[in-house]
Design a protein around this ligand. Structure first.
Ligand SMILES: [Mn+2]
Length: 412
């Protein structure tokens, strides 16, 4: 069976407030072309379809238009979609039954009976082609009965055990189904989680899954018998533990300037029982991003070179020079004015460092230059919170931040 594996679309994500719908649309159109060209029978989208739990109508429109085009106009017979940590499980699941009619299988969160999360995919003649273990991002409350007396140090460990158990029992059920079939078919598993040893890049937009967690999920914790493992969550495409058939496809778009130069891909895999051939298909860069760092002269020169390329480029500048340049933004803006180069973000590290180290804000710094953690740190020091309490408070803050972004606010 030939499949396409992609993940982490983050539809609706912005770059410092700049909307990126043109890029998302270009990617989806490109993906449809690839599906027409290579004719996969199955497309897997391994979570983080949307960037947040309340995606805009525009983001949803892109998603449904894409699904409709693939179902109606291509030979791709099945689409499997799982929820990621950024997704609202109930939002993904709302049209589940309707999409099922188009052979689009959505698993936003786990089913009441885990056996239902093993999908038996059939061809047009009704012959089973593959079994797919579709395991969305697992939240603690989904897979465990929470015990309020549980010790904090046991929590991580018990939760991680529950995740491993869940993967085991779903895959065991798939194995059982496989043995009952007349012809052996491949087992494909898809999940959204962090596997120990996975690569991330600074600024790639991957949100920590479990705050302060020491418990880990390793490559050897996946049950045996999986012919291909399609993972989502990490945004850098990669192979897990040197196993060519265990992969993260990574995100289709660079999520931040830090990964602007990284080649994004989708995975094409030909899967039969015990045998997989894998190929990465490079995704074009729909919007060139560039990151420039250095002193004023370096930045001005680099910026001029970008202007001379005469194409649309979005730029992030990080001024790291020694002297304080108060009107940096204006000086750089003068270079790119009336050109195709757009300054998306200018970091003035010197000015920032000065402001962060002084006791009071004296203006000149934008709040958007700071992340919430930096603001919280600043708050701790301004209020003279003793060092021995800071650690615990920072942990609580991180937990609150995570709850704010991962709660399924419209679930009822
Ligand atoms: Mn993601």
């Amino acid at each position: 069976m030939k499949i396409f594996h992609t993940s982490d679309w983050h539809l609706g994500r912005t770059l410092y407030g700049k909307k990126r719908y043109i890029e998302f649309e270009a990617f989806l159109n490109w993906l449809i072309e690839q599906i027409e060209l290579k004719s996969p029978e199955l497309l897997i989208i391994a979570g983080d379809i949307f960037d947040n739990t309340t995606p805009s109508n525009k983001a949803q429109e892109l998603y449904y238009q894409f699904l409709c085009k693939v179902a109606a106009n291509t030979s791709c017979q099945h689409i499997v979609i799982i929820g990621g940590n950024h997704d609202s499980p109930t939002l993904l699941n709302a049209p589940k039954e309707l999409l099922k009619q188009l052979k689009i299988h959505v698993v936003g969160n786990i089913s009441p009976d885990y056996r239902d999360d093993v999908l038996e995919l059939k061809d047009t003649n009704g012959i089973t082609q593959a079994l797919v273990c579709a395991i969305p991002y697992l939240r603690d409350r989904d897979i465990r009965i929470l015990d309020e007396y549980e010790l904090a140090e046991d929590k991580d460990k018990n939760f991680m055990h529950a995740i491993k158990d869940y993967y085991s029992k779903v895959c065991e059920h798939a194995e059982l189904l496989r043995q009952q079939l007349e012809h052996p078919v491949p087992i494909i598993a898809t999940g959204h989680l962090f596997v120990t040893g996975g690569k991330t890049l600074k600024d790639d937009g991957v949100r920590e899954l479990y705050v302060g967690s020491l418990a880990q999920f390793g490559a050897t914790d996946f049950p045996a018998g999986i012919d291909y493992l399609a993972l989502g969550h990490l945004h850098v495409p990669q192979i897990i533990a040197s196993k060519d058939n265990y992969r993260y496809s990574g995100s289709p778009l660079a999520m931040g300037f830090g990964e602007a130069r990284q080649q994004k891909v989708i995975i094409e895999a030909d899967i039969s029982v015990g045998n997989v051939t894998v190929n990465e298909i490079a995704i074009p860069k729909f919007q060139p991003l560039e990151r420039i760092a250095g002193n004023l002269d370096t930045i001005k020169l680099a910026l001029t070179n970008l202007v001379n390329r005469n194409e649309s480029i979005w730029v992030e500048v990080d001024y790291t020079g020694q002297e304080i340049v108060a009107n940096l933004q204006q000086e750089l803006q003068a270079i790119v004015m009336n050109t195709q180069v757009e300054l998306i973000k200018v970091y003035n590290s010197q000015l920032l460092a000065q402001v962060l180290s002084s006791a009071e804000y004296e203006g000149g710094i934008e709040l958007s230059s700071l992340n919430p953690e930096q603001v919280f740190d600043k708050c701790l020091s301004m209020n003279n919170i003793p060092a021995n309490q800071q650690e615990e408070l920072k942990k609580c803050f991180a937990q609150i931040m995570q709850d704010l972004t991962s709660n399924d606010v419209r679930a009822e």
